[in-house]
Design a binder for this molecule. Sequence first.
Ligand code: APR
Length: 236
Amino acid sequence: MAHQNLVILTGSGISAESGVPTFRAADGLWMGHRVEDVATPQAFARDPALVQDFYNRRRRQLAEVQPNAAHRALAELAARWDGDLLLVTQNVDDLHDRAHAANPAAPGFDLLHMHGELLKAHCTITGRVLDCPGDLAPDQPSPFHPRGTLRPHIVWFGEMPLHMDRIERALGACDLFVSIGTSGAVWPAAGFVQLARHAGARTVELNLEPSQGSRLFDERIHGPATEVVPVFCSSL
Ligand code: APR
């Protein structure tokens, strides 16, 4: 069956084989920290030095990793896709961005980072976003407001994910929804499959193992992303 409007959701599993740890694995991305200590607005208010250091280290690690065959297969798909293709990632790394930069996408393509980006920061007062290639100090002054400081442009627990209007519109109009490398443990992304089903879309899960919402998908293909994603993309 030919599809026109495609929404793809990715999670940390797609970057695992690039060397970026997933969240809920035993050796996960929290690097031995409790989520409440590094990934909430309260944590930042309490100990900005600890939180900035945590994200500074993760930001530096990006220099050591490269997009893998799964990121590249999605970029190749985006370059040849005739219809609309929205790639929504929960990942804050820049591996999709780099894969797409190497392979310019067709006009109907867009990439949204719903949980923010490690390589960006925003002003604590105005919310304005800017590129952030290096470390941030605990009280890094904001160029946008005399009393503002800069914080990582990361959606922390208790905060609203980004671009939700756009994502929900695309889910309501898609005819194929593909979820790649996510455990389905975190909302609202965990509910995207239901929104796509309501729109009448075919739904496919590509993951190392069954996710929490696995049974909601029409098809489930389990295996490492670098193997299953290229094969699936070439089937489209
Ligand atoms: N290929 C495919 N899938 C994989 C691979 C791989 N090589 N390695 C691991 N996985 C799968 C795991 O089986 C798991 O189901 O990827 C999934 C990763 O799940 P999580 O660690 O829960 O990560 P994710 O779903 O991205 O987390 C969502 O939680 O805390 C937050 O904001 C954070 O964006 C993150 C969100």
